[in-house]
Every structure is written in structure tokens, then in C-alpha cells.
Design a protein around this ligand. Structure first.
Ligand code: LUZ
Ligand code: MOS
Length: 750
């Protein structure tokens, strides 16, 4: 996959936080954390650590000049623990020393005295005890209670999905450098530079204009650096503030695994009513989100779950309830899909269950219930440009789903101990931050007198290719070759008040802002060219770096018109702001149009199961995906493949396990298995044709999160294979389907 950074990554010249040149006097910070999941903080004994070699200072809550508070949505998260601790790994103190090793050694000598209490780890128990992060929410449509009677079948059950470790290759980290007049420059591996700036300003009690945050790129994030990059930057900033030295804090992999939050585990109750022909008549679901010890983004994540609870299906009668359950675990956080996958897993589990009881093929039940134009989602949003059926039918035809199903049946009839499974599953994902105010972006574009162009936006490059897409948008809008354009590091002093690069919206919104800025510059340049050529502006355009009049060359090129503009004192820079139009949501009524549009797709998945060992291979996943008019097909394909594999990991081999004491047991790669090249299926991706999209730049579509949902298809293919071995046994939809769980199903006696 080629993107803006490919060459630098291959040569090793791309800089991540830990590669930045170290300024003179740099101190290294190492965190000290709670080893207890729930308790009262009695004392922090720092004298031994302070006396250790190389140690400059030990930071505790009392050193914070401003507020000891980094909660973005709910103010319930101290930077350094005070009074109580609520998870194993919660930061309690930080050691500053002249080397990383000295800091880490001294950190292990800080004695934290905690009077332990009884931790609550289970979300349902937390809900029973009333430990909720925020009031629970319910979205209703139709009248569920009135239709159960009329259903041919009603099925009920529990569906669960586990946590998931982000496993970004670059661990969390930041470096804070004191500048003149008490200003601070912070280099942070964050998706949300403005959130880091805001939190640091609050913790240090300095105005935001004293804090500059710069981001070159991240070595992966996946949502794990939307909120949870902030504490490390704030600790580094605090250290820089109290010592006057630059301070760097980069988490070791082990600390990162233990101290940071993961995807939210969900435990849900569903009830689904189907008509005899497979139509969904009613769906009721209660989602128990395990939120962890602090709100973090949990309420927003639950909101996205509620808004995706019916997936790409028309559900005329629904009652969708969600609880954010507070437990004594590291605060669970954003992770690709942001609660959408957790909720969509439940309706797929319910449909699988319902189809089985009804005796219908599950793929036929899915096809029957797909949304179409004009349908309403349970919260009243009308679906437009719906491509659910187009994607589904394209995938079924293109990849010969019916024949594959027959092949699998024949194979299974002839094999006792090896079974194959196949599934066809549609997906949809709403694009826009559900928190409407976040749907804005800014750009600042400069054209220099030699014709080269530099672009600043709020977008953060994290390997997803947003800079490549910005390059395409800018080059096409200005009508110049891409090699004249460069994308600058993201910096809060150049583009302010930016939203996190998240919600799959980075290229959409920052691209739209960059496009607006480029259009302004282009209009000014065409004005200059028109005067120079004695032509009307409307006749002129810029193509491939030349001014074109009608269809003919004008003799004037890009660099000449730029120089002429400068000579006549025309502004060669433009700032622009973009706000997504037409969206809004009323949380009281639970009605509105939270999304600008939806992304659609469908996947056919095939799996082979070894029924003696419980091991499985994902053979092939075949996707038809609605990418709009892709800005870069290689980047989009990379996102589909990566998201799919991450989705497969989530539902099969990645199992986050906490002990009864709230300690993470899967805290190394020997106990936590992420998919590797050998777990990857063959992946075919076809992008839907004639798929325009007026809501994103140059008719493109958001790509980051939606394909994560294809993992549900592979899960269902595995279920299909398991059922072929033991058809009479009912399946509980509890993910991840590790080999152990598969074996217990195949051979267990329950
Ligand atoms: N972050 C956020 C997100 O703050 N709000 C969202 O709606 C969202 N959706 C997906 C991923 N990150
Ligand atoms: Mo995200 S889950 O930070 O888009």
C-alpha cells in the first residue's frame, strides 16, 4: 500500500515520538501505577525513589498547579490518583530521571500504600448495584409490545463480545519542551491534538495559547489515541512545567498493555420477532457496556451502539436500551467502529438464532430485511442513497455465493471431521461524529512564490493514508500535479480547535476544508490570469499545472500565474472552515439525523474447521464495498483488508482476560493473540461502481471503520461450520470464538 509516508517508513526516516532528536537536559518520565483494582490511597512513599541515581523529581497529584482532571465528557478522571484508585494500572505518580532506565528503576521503588476494597468487574453486576457512568438511554420506534403475539417465531438470548487491545505499533508517548515566556510545545502521539492542548491547559492552569501541540504521524492508533493519548502528554507537560526541563514519556509495551483501555466488552439481551416469511417484526435489545473505571468516551460509544443496533435492516418496531456500567477496570475506550460493531453483532446473533428456529437460510433472512431508500431508522433518520441491496446482490452474484453454499454442503456431507462454513453478511455504518459539534474541520493552505503548495489541516496521519487523500484533493482542486504539494505536520498553532481524527471522518472533513481553501486560492489566481490574458474568468481553468482557456492552452502556467499574483499583491494563502451540513440529534426525544450518510457493503466469507482440534482457517473473504468514488483505491483497499483482519481478530482469537482481582492476565503477546499474516484469508475487494456521494469531497466516502464489520461475516461462517458438525446443539453467541470455545462447543456435554 503506497501512501504519503511509504518511502519514509521504508527508509526508516519517518519520525515517531521516540525518534525525535532529544533536546539538551531531557528528563525521562516513568509512570507509577496502582497494583490494586479498587481501594483507598493511603500513602505514596517516594523517598527511596527520590534518592535513586539520576532521579530529578517524583510527581504526585499535589504537584498539579491546575485541576487534577482530564475527563473530556464526564469529569471523573484524575490525571494522578487522589483518595481512591479504581483500576490496576491507574497512574498514581511519575518519576523523572536522566535516563529511561533510571526512571523505570526508581518508579519500581515508589511504595504505594492502598487499602484494598472489593472490585466490581462485571457490567451486569455494576448495573444491579447502580454503578452507571451516565443515565441509561432508550430509543423506541413502533410498538414492540403489541407485535410479539403476531410473530411466527420469537427468539431470546444473550450475546456477548469481548474487549480488544489496539496494539498500535507505536506505544503511547509524548515529549514536552518548555519554550520562552512559559509556553510549552508538546509532541504527542495523539489523534486529538486539540484535546491534549485543552487538557494540558487545564492541568497546568495556563491559557490554551501557551500550549502548542504538534503531531507528525502516529504509528497506529485505531481509536486508542483518541482520548487515551492525553494523560501521557499531560504528565510530560507537568514534568516540564515543574522542572523547567524537556520531559519525554514513552510507555513500554508492557505498561501500555496494562495501563490503557481497550475496546468495550458488551453483554446484551435480545428478543427478536420474525414473520413466517422471515421479515423482522420486532426487536428488543438491552446493551450492557462494560465502561471501566472512568467515562472516557463511553457515553459517545454507547450512543453509536444505540444508533447501529438494527444494522442495515428495517425494523419497524424496536426498543433499544443501553447502560454504561462502571467497573474497576482500565477505562475502555474508542476502538475502530466505536460501539457500532458491538451492537451490530447482537442483531446478527439474533437473526442467526431466529433464522434457525424458523428453519430459513440466514442469508435469505438478511436479504429480505435490508433497508431501502426512504426507510427510517428507529431514531427517525430517513435512509437515502441506500446501497445495502446493491452491495449484497453484487457480492452474491460476483462471487457465486449460491454455488459456494452448494460446494460447502457437498464437502460437509463427505467429511466427518473437517467442516466448512460460509456466510453472506451486509454491513452499514453511519458517518459523522454522533456529537454534532465535533463535525467541523479547518485548513490553512499556502502557495509559495515558486508555485509549491503547503497544506495544514487538523487531520492526523496514523497510517490510514489521510495525507495521501488530502494530497489528491488539493492537487485536483488546484489543477496541479501532486508533487507540487506537501502536507505539513498537524499543529494546533496553525489549525485550531480541531476535532479528533476519528469517526472515519478525517479525509471527509479535513478534505472538505482543504478543498474550500484551495477553491478560494484558485478563484484569486484565475482572476489574475484573466486580467493577464484579457479573458473572462469563467473561460479559464487550471489543468495539470497550466492555465487552460476553453479547451486550449493559454500559454500561461501555474508558476507564472502564482508569480503574477504575488507581484500584484494578491493573497496566496487561504484559511477555510468546514461544518458538515444537515445533521443534528435530539437526545431528549432520541430522534434526529445524526449522520451525514451511511457506508454500505457486503461480504461473503468461507472458513474451514478442524473438528478434532477446534482450529480453523479463514480461507477467503469476498467483499463488495461502497467507497464512493475512491480518492485512492490502494489506500481504501488497505483499509478494507486491515479492518477485516482486525474484525476477525476481535471475534475469534483476541481474548482480553482479567483476573478476579482486576489484573489483566493477557498482558503479553504470548497470552494475547493478534492475527498475523498466517491468519489472513485471501481477500477480494470490489468497489461498487456508479457510487457517487455528494456529501464528501470529490464524491468519495469515509473508509476507516465500516469494513471492520466484515469480521462479523467470518464469525458467522465459523458458526456455520460448527453447526455442520453438531447441528442439533444450540449456539450461544459469545465472542471471541477462540479454539477453546469452539472445541467446547463441538465436544462439550452441556
Ligand atoms: N469519536 C467520537 C468517534 O468522539 N464520536 C464518534 O461518534 C465517533 N465515532 C466513531 C469513532 N470515533
Ligand atoms: Mo476512532 S474509534 O478514534 O474513530
Amino acid at each position: 500500500m503506497r501512501n504519503f509516508d511509504t518511502t519514509g517508513h521504508a527508509l526508516g526516516t519517518s519520525l515517531f515520538i521516540d525518534d525525535l532528536p532529544e533536546p539538551a537536559g531531557l528528563l525521562h518520565a516513568a509512570p507509577v501505577c496502582s497494583e490494586v483494582a479498587h481501594g483507598r490511597l493511603v500513602a505514596i512513599e517516594t523517598s527511596v525513589a527520590r534518592a535513586a541515581e539520576g532521579v530529578a523529581r517524583v510527581l504526585v497529584a499535589a504537584d498539579i498547579p491546575g485541576q487534577n482532571q482530564i475527563g473530556g465528557i464526564v469529569e471523573d478522571e484524575p490525571l494522578l490518583a487522589e483518595g481512591e484508585v479504581h483500576f490496576v494500572g491507574q497512574p498514581v505518580a511519575a518519576v523523572l530521571a536522566t535516563s529511561r532506565r533510571a526512571a523505570a528503576l526508581a518508579a519500581s521503588r515508589v511504595a504505594v500504600d492502598i487499602e484494598p476494597g472489593e472490585p466490581v468487574l462485571d457490567p451486569r453486576e455494576a448495573a444491579r448495584l447502580g454503578y452507571l457512568i451516565a443515565p441509561s438511554r432508550t430509543i423506541c420506534c413502533g410498538d414492540v409490545d403489541a407485535v410479539w403475539e403476531a410473530c411466527a417465531v420469537v427468539v431470546e438470548g444473550v450475546a456477548e463480545t469481548g474487549g480488544q487491545e489496539h496494539f498500535y505499533l507505536e506505544t503511547q508517548g509524548a515529549m514536552a519542551v518548555p519554550l520562552e515566556r512559559g509556553r510549552l510545545r508538546i509532541f504527542s502521539s495523539t489523534q486529538a491534538p486539540a484535546a491534549v492542548q485543552r487538557a494540558v491547559s487545564r492541568v497546568l492552569d495556563v491559557p490554551m495559547n501557551m500550549v502548542e501541540v504538534e503531531v507528525a504521524r502516529l504509528g497506529g492508533a485505531f481509536g486508542g489515541k483518541e482520548d487515551q493519548a492525553t494523560p501521557w502528554a499531560a504528565i510530560a507537560a507537568l514534568g516540564a512545567r515543574v522542572t523547567g526541563h524537556p520531559v519525554k514519556l514513552v510507555l513500554s509495551r508492557h505498561d501500555d498493555l496494562r495501563m490503557t483501555g481497550k475496546r468495550h466488552p458488551y453483554s446484551s439481551d435480545y428478543r427478536l420477532g420474525l414473520a413466517a416469511d422471515g421479515r423482522i417484526l420486532a426487536y428488543e435489545v438491552v446493551l450492557h457496556q462494560n465502561s471501566g473505571a472512568a467515562a472516557d468516551l463511553s457515553t459517545a460509544i454507547l450512543e453509536r451502539s444505540l444508533l447501529h443496533a438494527t444494522g442495515p435492516y428495517l425494523v419497524p418496531n424496536a426498543r433499544i436500551t443501553g447502560h454504561c456500567c462502571r467497573t474497576d477496570l482500565p477505562p475502555f475506550t474508542a476502538f475502530r467502529g466505536f460501539g457500532g460493531p458491538q451492537a451490530m453483532f447482537v442483531i446478527e446473533a439474533a437473526l442467526d438464532h431466529g433464522a434457525r428456529v424458523l428453519g430459513m437460510d440466514p442469508w435469505a433472512v438478511r436479504r429480505r430485511n435490508l433497508l431501502t431508500d426512504g426507510d427510517s431508522l428507529p431514531f427517525g433518520m430517513r435512509v437515502e442513497r441506500c446501497r445495502a441491496a446493491r452491495c449484497f446482490d453484487d457480492a452474491v452474484e460476483r462471487y457465486g455465493f449460491r454455488e459456494r453454499r452448494e460446494d460447502v454442503r457437498r464437502f460437509n456431507a463427505g467429511h466427518a471431521l473437517v467442516k466448512r462454513g460460509v456466510s453472506a453478511v451486509p454491513i452499514c455504518f453511519g458517518i459523522s461524529f454522533t456529537n454534532t459539534q465535533l463535525n467541523q474541520a479547518g485548513a490553512l493552505v499556502h502557495v509559495y512564490t515558486d508555485g509549491s503548495v503547503s497544506v495544514n489541516t487538523g487531520a492526523v496521519e496514523m497510517g490510514q493514508g489521510v495525507n495521501t487523500k488530502l494530497l489528491v484533493v488539493v492537487a485536483r482542486t488546484l489543477g496541479i500535479p501532486p508533487d507540487l504539494v506537501t502536507i505539513e505536520n498537524t499543529n494546533t498553532s496553525r489549525v485550531a480547535n480541531t476535532s479528533p481524527t476519528a469517526a472515519s471522518s478525517g479525509a471527509d472533513m479535513n478534505g472538505a476544508a482543504a478543498k474550500l481553501a484551495c477553491e478560494r486560492i484558485r478563484a484569486r489566481l484565475l482572476g489574475v490570469a484573466a486580467r493577464k490574458l484579457g479573458a473572462a474568468e469563467e473561460e479559464l481553468s487550471i489543468q495539470d499545472g497550466a492555465i487552460v482557456r476553453g479547451d486550449a492552452a493559454s500559454g500561461l502556467d501555474w508558476a507564472q500565474v502564482v508569480r503574477a499574483a504575488y507581484a500584484s499583491r494578491v493573497n496566496l494563502s487561504a484559511q477555510a472552515h468546514f461544518a458538515t451540513p444537515g445533521i443534528g440529534y435530539d437526545k431528549i426525544r432520541e430522534r434526529g439525523t445524526p449522520f451525514s450518510y451511511h457506508v454500505w457493503g457486503a461480504a461473503i466469507s468461507e472458513v474451514t474447521l478442524d473438528c478434532l482440534r477446534g482450529t480453523y482457517t479463514f480461507d477467503r473473504v469476498m467483499v463488495t464495498h461502497d467507497a464512493g468514488r475512491s480518492l485512492d483505491e490502494l489506500v481504501d483497499r488497505g483499509q478494507v483488508e486491515g479492518a477485516l483482519l482486525q474484525g476477525i481478530g476481535w471475534l475469534t482469537m483476541e481474548e482480553v482476560v482479567f483476573g478476579g482481582d482486576g489484573r489483566l492476565l493477557t498482558d503479553t503477546l504470548s497470552t494475547y493473540k493478534v492475527p498475523d499474516l498466517f491468519s489472513a484469508p485471501q481477500v477480494d475487494v470490489a468497489f461498487l461502481e456508479d457510487a457517487d456521494n455528494p456529501s464528501a469531497p470529490l464524491s468519495s466516502k469515509a473508509i476507516g471503520e465500516p469494513p471492520f464489520l466484515y469480521g462479523i461475516g467470518t464469525y458467522l461462517a465459523l458458526i456455520d461450520a460448527m453447526r455442520a458438525y453438531r447441528p442439533e446443539r444450540e449456539i450461544d453467541h459469545i465472542a471471541p470464538l477462540t479454539c477453546e470455545r469452539v472445541l467446547l462447543f463441538l465436544h462439550g456435554s452441556k
